[in-house]
Design a protein around this ligand. Structure first.
Ligand code: FAD
Length: 321
């Protein structure tokens, strides 16, 4: 059996979780086994049944008001309970903010080997060898997991999400949660401010320290609005509170793979690239011809962001008219 942790936003499963279920389905087929998804919090049964269209046979649902806010310790306990109930040999989550905190805990509790940041299916002809990112996505490693139970966190947006057919059965699961599992308190949840959720966005306009201050962000927001894009930023920008932390992408922030990533006034440090170098097309706007980001760009525009971005916005407006 394979157990896969699925995440939702206000009762609707995130695209990256559907990707995780499809990923698990591919492995399950090769191993000749089934998939059970683990969902937490307030999700309607009708939504859980839809996981059947991505390959899950069953969904274990744990409802507890305390799970409405993310809590790595409690989430891990629920996943472990599901894995033990199903006698799962493979447990899959995402290599996102949730999975990075939960899956190592799950692996430790189950004394399982962990592949963090997988970007390929396990090669069963070579034991259980999984391709994963290393050095912030600059290189790959192939890890053979030899433990009896295996835990994988999948890099989001690695595989396409294609809906099939089918309906999953839903079962309530009591995970034995106690107050001690909620010893870590979430004080604040900071959400990206744009109308398009960053992790799901096909188009992203992102800004760095080259924007000079939060008062100049209106130029990026205007472009994002014309494009129907989400907004993102580099880490120093979030650290300086110019933008909310939910917009920070990179090694220590979100990983995104949009169709188009427009990087404005961002130097292109390896830690930033780690979160965006899977984007299909990268456009870099920077006034320094030596900015490292130009090496990773499909298109580069050399010049001052405050001059170029408004012109680009006008061009998009005209194109749409
Ligand atoms: P800068 O490096 O200051 O670059 C600003 C750029 O703007 C320059 O290239 C400059 O030429 C250009 N510019 C200036 N003025 C203009 C203008 N008027 N018009 C156009 N261009 C202009 N960073 C992340 O982003 N995400 C991470 O997850 C992350 N994790 C990290 C983890 C670790 C362990 C460490 C050590 C660092 C991490 N960093 C991360 C920081 C990273 O190393 C860089 O310092 C950071 O990405 C730089 O941000 P920046 O490009 O916005 O700023």
């Amino acid at each position: 059996m394979i157990v896969v942790l699925v995440e939702h936003s206000q009762g609707v499963f995130k695209k990256k979780s559907l990707e995780a279920v499809l990923y698990a389905a591919h492995i399950a087929k090769e191993m000749g086994t089934d998939i059970t998804a683990v969902a937490m919090g307030n999700v309607p049964d009708s939504e859980m049944q839809t996981l059947g269209a991505y390959g899950a046979q069953k969904v274990l649902h744990t409802t507890d008001a305390r799970l409405d806010n993310f809590n790595s310790k409690a989430y891990a306990k629920v996943v472990v309970a599901a894995a033990q109930k199903e006698n799962a040999k493979v447990i899959i989550g995402l290599h996102d903010t949730t999975g990075k905190a939960v899956m190592p805990r799950v692996a430790a509790r189950l004394q399982a080997g962990l592949v963090a940041g997988a970007v390929g299916y396990p090669d069963l002809s070579k034991g259980f060898t999984v391709k994963k990112n290393v050095f912030s996505g600059k290189a790959f490693a192939f890890v053979n997991v030899t433990s009896d139970t295996k835990v994988i966190s999948l890099m989001p947006n690695t595989f396409p999400v294609v809906k099939g057919e089918g309906s999953a059965t839903v079962e309530q699961m009591e995970a034995g949660l106690s107050d001690a599992d909620f010893s870590v308190k979430v004080l604040e949840v900071s959400k990206a401010s744009g109308s398009v959720p960053l992790s799901e966005a096909e188009l992203v306009v992102s800004g760095g320290r080259g924007l000079k201050g939060p008062e100049n962000w209106y130029v990026l927001e205007a472009l994002a609005q014309e494009l129907g894009a989400a907004t993102a930023c580099s880490r120093p920008v979030a650290d300086a509170h110019w933008r909310p932390h939910g917009e920070h992408v990179g090694q220590t922030g979100g990983t995104i793979r949009p169709n188009l990533y427009i990087a404005v006034g961002i130097s292109g440090a390896i830690q930033h690239l780690a979160g965006v170098n899977g984007s299909k097309t990268i456009v870099v706007i920077n006034k320094d011809p030596e900015a490292p980001f130009f090496k990773a760009a499909d298109y580069g525009v050399l010049g001052d962001a405050m001059e170029i971005v408004p012109k680009l916005t006008e061009a998009v407006k005209k194109f749409k008219a």
